[in-house]
Each structure stands twice: as structure tokens, then as C-alpha cells.
Design a protein around this ligand. Structure first.
Ligand code: NAP
Ligand code: GDD
Length: 367
């Protein structure tokens, strides 16, 4: 039975990866952070199923506490380490640049040092990001493309990426970088654009919200499903030779088209009119009798508050190496991903839940 150690187990990928590994029979050890309110909601079903039977173990640990990270690695002696912990919001990284950079750089380095000093040669996975490419190249991006990071978050990921390579080459350590393009799911953080859209489209369809304010509608992303991407994280640690991988779908879509597809799931057709900060998403028709949204309603508007100091305009990845060398083929396309997210959010957004959440004035402030 293999042991995996996951930092950031309470996040989106932490949930899908730990579920995947537990179902494979792994013993999973994960770190959570102490917070003033409980932050394990994503993994609560896994805790209920696997903690009592001693398959899932959780520890309080912040990646910035190098001593706690190193004691855990020494104690657990994992076969595989997945470093998923990060302040992962690009816009927030401009507001909290030092913290984001510390976690991304020193946090990852602390893990590598702990592995280097441990007797067990644990395999190490670093969560690298397509954000490192900076969106200036309109070609499909591979692991050979150059990095032009445009945010504190991206710069910190470039450091972690390179230091993983340095440890691999200097100490013969099995360290790999998975350069993952955006991946989403029904448990995606609510402040990332896809989940913000599916939550808002659900609330608007149910008559619980009038409008959603977004930033750059022209931004293009290569969106996949987190479930497909965590499978690939595991696959690349099963190889014999450590190397870096790009994980992507090879297709890119604008934020605007994502909005249209999400509303379409609820039978609401939108058209966009106007330009720049005056652009609006307007209801053309609402065909599903379950939802009563009036034709002509303005349900999407632009708020410059969501613009970033520098924008990554376009990301599209080239997954050829993953497809051909490892046989990794994503099971979900974008439409299936959006349908799953909308189905889940429409269920969650009952009136009771909405009121329990404190109403949309509070929620929208951070979204
Ligand atoms: P996420 O949902 O934001 O989860 C991040 C996790 O890191 C959470 O468990 C969070 O804990 C934890 N964390 C944050 N700061 C920490 C610290 N100082 N010490 C310990 N834990 C800390 O992110 P995700 O979408 O699952 O992404 C997983 C990783 O992949 C991240 O490193 C992200 O940067 C990277 N990545 C993501 C994507 C994507 O599209 N999702 C693409 C490329 C790379 P709390 O729950 O307490 O906040
Ligand atoms: N969050 C957000 N909110 N983004 C918006 C909004 C909005 O209201 N309106 C437009 N956008 C645009 C952003 O400007 C960006 O171009 C795009 O939508 C995607 O934004 P996010 O969903 O916040 O993700 P991201 O691409 O910045 O970062 C995610 O993917 C990276 C991989 O490329 C995160 O998961 C990172 O951790 C990850 O590394």
C-alpha cells in the first residue's frame, strides 16, 4: 500500500486527487490550515468515509512552517508528495504579493529540502501553472515554451518550477513539474471566473440575483475538468524518468462564450452588446419554463474592479506529449464540464441556501 502526502488537500485539486488516490487503495496524508471557521467542506465526505478506517490522515500545517513540513515528511515517509498548496488566485496575488511569493517559493523549497534530507526517496510533484507563460504567445504552449510571468503568483510558480528542476538535476531526486492549464469543477473556488459564472447564472435563473459583474470578457482560457487533471498528476509520478509535462485540452474559449454556455444550460439565450466597460449581456429568450427571466433583462455587466494590473490574454496548451507518451486523454469536454457545474450550482442555489449564505450583497463583494 502506497502512502501519499498532499499539501493543500482542502482545495479543489486536493479533494479530487485524494479521492482518486483513496479509491486506488493509497494511504493519504494531507495538510490543512487552522482557520477561524472550518475549511474542510470539500473533503468532509472523504473524512467521513476514510478517516475512521485509518486511510486518511490530516495534520495542521502551513507550508511556511518549514519545521512542521519536514517533521511530517520524516514521520510519514511517503512514497509520493503532491505539492498543491498555494495562494492560487492571480488577482489576489497583486494584493498580497509577499505572502503569495513566500508560499510559492519558500514553501516549495522547504518540501524539496525535507525530501533531500529524508531517508526515503519520495517522488515529488510540483503544481506548476500555465500562468507562467504569461499569455503573450498565441501558439499552443508546450513544456519547451518560454515563461514570461505577469503576476506575483506566476513569478512564484516559475521559481518553484525551476527549483524543482535544480533539485532533480543536482540531487537525483524524482521531482516533476505538471504545467497545468486552468481546470475547473463543481467544487472550484467561488472567486475563479468559471464558478463565479455558474453560481451567478444559477441564481439569476432562479430569480435570486439580477446581474453578475465580471472583468475582462475577452480573456481566453484552455479549460479542462479537475478530475481529468488529477489523474494525470498521478500518472506522471508513475513514470520511470522524471520530466515535465503540459496538461491541457488544446482548445481555448473566451470568458464571454463561457458565460453564454452556462446560461444556455438553463435555457437562457444571451447576446452581448456594447464595447469595453459598457458591454452588457442581455437575455434574448428564456425557453425553460422552470426559470422566469425576462427577455431584454441585462444580466451581465463589466466592472473594472475585476481587471488585473496586467492581464494574461490568451492561454492554449499543447497536450500532445501527454496524449502520445502517457496515453492521457481528457474524458470531459468544455460543454460537459459546464453542464456538471451548472447542474450542481442549480441544486445548491435553493432559496434557503442562498439566505443561509448571507445574501448576495456580501457574497458578491469578494467574488
Ligand atoms: P485551491 O482550491 O485554491 O487550493 C489551494 C490549497 O492550498 C488549499 O487547500 C489551501 O488551503 C492551501 N493553502 C494555501 N496557502 C497555504 C499555506 N500557506 N500553507 C498550506 N496550505 C495552503 O487551488 P487548486 O485549484 O486546488 O490548485 C491546486 C494547486 O495547483 C495550486 O498550487 C495552484 O496554484 C495550482 N494550479 C491550479 C490550476 C487550476 O486551474 N486549478 C492550474 C495550474 C496550477 P485553504 O483551504 O485553507 O485555503
Ligand atoms: N476571477 C475572475 N473574476 N476572473 C475574471 C473575471 C472575474 O470577475 N472576469 C474576467 N475574468 C478573467 C480574468 O481576468 C482571467 O483572464 C480569466 O477570467 C480567468 O481568471 P480566473 O478564473 O481567476 O483564473 P486565472 O486564469 O487567473 O488563474 C487560474 O488558472 C491558473 C492556470 O492558468 C488559477 O487557478 C491559477 O491558480 C492557475 O495557476
Amino acid at each position: 500500500m502506497k502512502k501519499a502526502f498532499i499539501t493543500g488537500i482542502s482545495g479543489q485539486d486536493g479533494y479530487y486527487l485524494s479521492k482518486f488516490l483513496l479509491e486506488k487503495g493509497y494511504e493519504v496524508h494531507g495538510t490543512i490550515r487552522r482557520s477561524s471557521s472550518i475549511n474542510t467542506s470539500r473533503i468532509d465526505p472523504l473524512i467521513a468515509e476514510y478517516e475512521k478506517i485509518e486511510k486518511l490522515f490530516l495534520y495542521y500545517s502551513d507550508l511556511l512552517d518549514a519545521s512542521s513540513v519536514s517533521s511530517l515528511i520524516n514521520k510519514i515517509q511517503p512514497d509520493e508528495i503532491y505539492n498543491l498548496a498555494a495562494q492560487s488566485h492571480v488577482k489576489v496575488s497583486f494584493d498580497n504579493p509577499i505572502y503569495t511569493t513566500q508560499v510559492g517559493t519558500l514553501g516549495s523549497l522547504s518540501l524539496l529540502e525535507a525530501i533531500r534530507n529524508s531517508e526515503k526517496p519520495s517522488k515529488f510533484y510540483q503544481a506548476s501553472s500555465s500562468e507562467m507563460f504569461g499569455g503573450v504567445d498565441s501558439n499552443s504552449l508546450s513544456d519547451a515554451s518560454i515563461f514570461i510571468p505577469k503576476s506575483p503568483y506566476a513569478v512564484s510558480k516559475v521559481f518553484a518550477h525551476h527549483i524543482t528542476t535544480v533539485y532533480r538535476e543536482s540531487y537525483n531526486l524524482f521531482g516533476v513539474n505538471g504545467i497545468l492549464f486552468n481546470h475547473e469543477s463543481p467544487v472550484r473556488g467561488e472567486t475563479f471566473v468559471t464558478r463565479k459564472i455558474t453560481r451567478a447564472a444559477s441564481k439569476i435563473a432562479l430569480g435570486l440575483q439580477e446581474k453578475v459583474y465580471l472583468g475582462n470578457l475577452d480573456a481566453k482560457r484552455d479549460w479542462g475538468h479537475a478530475k481529468d487533471y488529477v489523474r494525470m498528476m498521478w500518472m506522471i509520478l508513475q513514470t520511470d524518468e522524471p520530466e515535465d509535462w503540459v496538461i491541457a485540452t488544446g482548445k481555448t474559449t473566451t470568458v464571454r462564450d463561457f458565460v453564454k454556455m452556462a446560461f444556455a444550460y438553463a435555457g437562457i439565450e444571451l447576446e452581448f452588446k456594447g464595447e469595453g466597460i459598457d458591454e452588457k449581456g442581455i437575455v434574448v429568450s428564456c425557453l425553460d419554463p422552470k426559470y422566469q427571466v425576462e427577455k431584454g433583462n441585462e444580466v451581465v455587466a463589466v466592472d473594472p474592479r475585476y481587471f488585473r494590473p496586467t492581464e494574461v490574454d490568451l492561454l492554449i496548451g499543447d497536450p500532445t506529449k501527454a496524449n502520445t507518451k502517457l496515453g492521457w486523454i481528457p474524458k470531459y469536454n468544455l460543454e460537459e464540464l459546464i453542464n456538471e457545474m451548472m447542474e450542481s450550482d442549480l441544486k445548491l442555489m435553493t432559496k434557503d441556501q442562498y439566505l443561509k449564505d448571507g445574501g448576495y450583497t456580501i457574497m458578491n463583494y469578494f467574488e
